[in-house]
Design a protein around this ligand. Structure first.
Ligand code: HEM
Ligand SMILES: *[C@@H]1O[C@H](CO)[C@@H](O)[C@H](O)[C@H]1NC(C)=O
Ligand SMILES: *[C@@H]1O[C@H](CO)[C@@H](O)[C@H](O)[C@H]1NC(C)=O
Ligand SMILES: *[C@@H]1O[C@H](CO)[C@@H](O)[C@H](O)[C@H]1NC(C)=O
Ligand SMILES: *[C@@H]1O[C@H](CO)[C@@H](O)[C@H](O)[C@H]1NC(C)=O
Ligand SMILES: *[C@@H]1O[C@H](CO)[C@@H](O)[C@H](O)[C@H]1NC(C)=O
Length: 327
C-alpha cells in the first residue's frame, strides 16, 4: 500500500517526539531484541496468524488484553497471570472484565514459541505488545514499529483493578480523567476507542441504553432507533450474556467504519456514542471518519503511547518464563 511507508515514518517521528516528553520511556526501543532474539517479530506474528486462522476472536481479545494490561499497573504482563489459592489475580477482578480466552491463548502460545528460540530473553509484556500490533495489522489496521524492552511485573492483584479501567456508562469528563491518569489525552481516547471496530460485547454492557431492559426509562436518544430495535432482538430478556458484534458493518476489520457508525447513532457502548455527541470530541470523530490515512496515523500513534504506560525496568520486573505464572 502506497501510503504505508510515509505512515511508518510519521509514527516513528511522533514516537521520538513523545519519548523526549516522557521520562522512563527511554527504556523502550524498536529492535530492542535485535541481537538477543533477532527473529522475535517473525515468531510472534507466525503464531498470531495461526491463531487468527483458527478463530476471528483472536483479534479483539488480544487487543483488549493489551489495553487492560497497560491500564492496570502498566504494560507489564500482569494481566496474564493466573490466580492461585493465595492470590486473586488481575484477570479475575471481582467486577468481571470478561477478558476472552483467545487473547491469553495467543500470548501464551507466542511466548512458548519465543522461549524455544530465545530462552529467558523476551518479556511477556513485549510478546503481548507485538501480538497486539500483529492483530491490528492483520485485521486491516495500520502496521507500525513496536517499541520493546518492557519487563514483566512481579505482582498481579484483582484489588488493583477497580478505578483503573473506563466504564461504558461514564461521562466524557470521567473517561478523560481515567485516560489522563495513565498519561493519555483526548486525542488518544478518540483514536484508541476505534479498537471497538472489532470484537464483541456482552448485552449487559449496553443494555441500560435499551428500553426493553429498563422499563419506564426511555431508550437512549443518541441510539439510532433502527439499531436499537436490532440490539433488542439480539438481547432478549433473560439473555444478558449474549454477545453482539461491536461493528456490524465490518466486524473483523480494524477500520474507521467505527467513526461512521458513531455519526449514524450506531455506537454500541454509551462511551462510544459519547465521542460523537460531546462537542469536544465530535470534530475528531468527523475527521477520522473521513480519512483512512488520518485514522491509521492517529491509531498507530495512540497505541504506541499506550504501550509506554507504566513500563517497568530494573528491580521492578523480570523476564517471566511462562506468562501465566510467576517464575
Ligand atoms: C474508552 C473507554 C473504553 C470502555 C468504556 C471500554 C469498554 C469495553 C467493554 C464494556 C467491552 C465489552 C466487553 C464484554 O462485554 O466482554 C469492550 C470490548 C473491547 N474493548 Fe474496550 N473499552 C474502552 C476502550 C478500549 C480501548 C482503548 C481498547 C484498545 C485499544 C479497547 C479494546 C476493546 C476490544 C478489542 C474489545 C472487544 C473484545 C473481544 O472481542 O473480546 N477498548 N470494551
Ligand atoms: C465472568 O463473565 C463470564 C461471561 O459472562 C462468565 O462466563 C464467567 O463465569 C464470569 N466469571 C466470574 C468469575 O464471575
Ligand atoms: C455504571 O456501571 C457500573 C458497573 O456496572 C455501576 O456500578 C454504576 O452504578 C453505573 N453508573 C451509572 C452512573 O449508571
Ligand atoms: C495529545 O497528546 C499528543 C501527543 O503529545 C498531542 O499530539 C495531541 O495534540 C494531544 N491532544 C490534545 C487534545 O491535547
Ligand atoms: C459545547 O457545548 C456546551 C454546552 O452546550 C457549550 O457551553 C460549549 O461552549 C460548547 N463547546 C464547544 C467547543 O463547542
Ligand atoms: C468529510 O467529508 C465530507 C464529504 O466529503 C465533507 O462534507 C466534510 O466536510 C468532511 N469533514 C471533515 C471534518 O473533514
Amino acid at each position: 500500500m502506497a501510503g504505508r511507508p510515509s505512515l511508518l515514518v510519521a509514527a516513528v517521528v511522533a514516537a521520538a517526539v513523545v519519548c523526549l516528553a516522557q521520562p522512563g520511556a527511554a527504556d523502550l526501543k524498536v529492535n530492542y531484541y535485535a541481537s538477543t532474539c533477532p527473529n522475535v517479530e517473525a515468531i510472534v506474528s507466525g503464531v498470531v496468524q495461526q491463531k487468527l486462522q483458527a478463530t476471528i476472536r483472536t483479534i479483539g481479545s488480544t487487543i483488549r488484553l493489551f489495553f487492560h494490561d497497560c491500564f492496570v499497573e502498566g504494560c507489564d504482563g500482569s494481566v496474564l497471570i493466573d490466580s492461585t489459592p493465595g492470590n486473586q489475580a488481575e484477570k479475575d477482578a471481582s467486577d468481571n472484565k470478561s477478558l476472552a480466552f483467545e487473547g491469553f491463548d495467543t500470548v501464551n502460545s507466542a511466548k512458548a514459541a519465543v522461549e524455544a528460540a530465545c530462552p529467558d530473553t523476551v518479556s511477556c509484556a513485549d510478546v503481548l505488545a507485538l501480538a497486539t500490533r500483529d492483530a491490528i495489522s492483520m485485521s486491516g489496521g495500520p502496521f507500525f514499529p513496536v517499541e520493546l524492552g518492557r519487563l514483566d511485573g512481579l505482582s498481579s492483584k484483582a484489588s488493583s483493578v477497580p478505578g483503573q479501567l473506563p466504564e461504558p456508562n461514564q461521562t466524557m469528563n470521567q473517561l478523560l480523567a481515567v485516560f489522563k491518569a495513565h498519561g493519555l489525552n483526548m486525542t488518544d481516547l478518540v483514536a484508541l476507542s476505534a479498537a471497538h471496530s472489532v470484537g464483541l460485547a456482552h448485552c449487559s454492557k449496553f443494555s441500560s441504553r435499551l428500553y426493553s431492559f429498563q422499563p419506564g426509562q426511555p431508550t437512549d436518544p443518541t441510539l439510532n432507533p433502527k439499531y436499537a430495535r436490532f440490539l433488542e432482538s439480539k438481547c432478549p430478556d433473560g439473555g444478558p450474556d449474549n454477545l453482539v458484534l461491536m461493528d456490524q458493518t465490518s466486524p473483523a476489520q480494524l477500520d474507521n467504519q467505527y467513526y461512521r457508525n458513531l455519526q449514524d447513532g450506531g455506537g454500541l457502548l454509551g462511551s462510544d456514542e459519547l465521542l460523537y455527541t460531546d462537542n469536544r470530541t465530535r470534530p475528531m470523530v468527523d475527521a477520522l471518519a473521513n480519512s483512512t490515512t488520518a485514522f491509521y496515523q492517529a491509531f498507530a500513534d495512540a497505541i504506541v503511547r499506550l504501550g509506554r504506560v507504566g513500563v517497568k525496568s530494573g528491580k521492578l520486573g523480570n523476564i517471566r518464563k511462562q506468562c501465566d505464572v510467576f517464575n
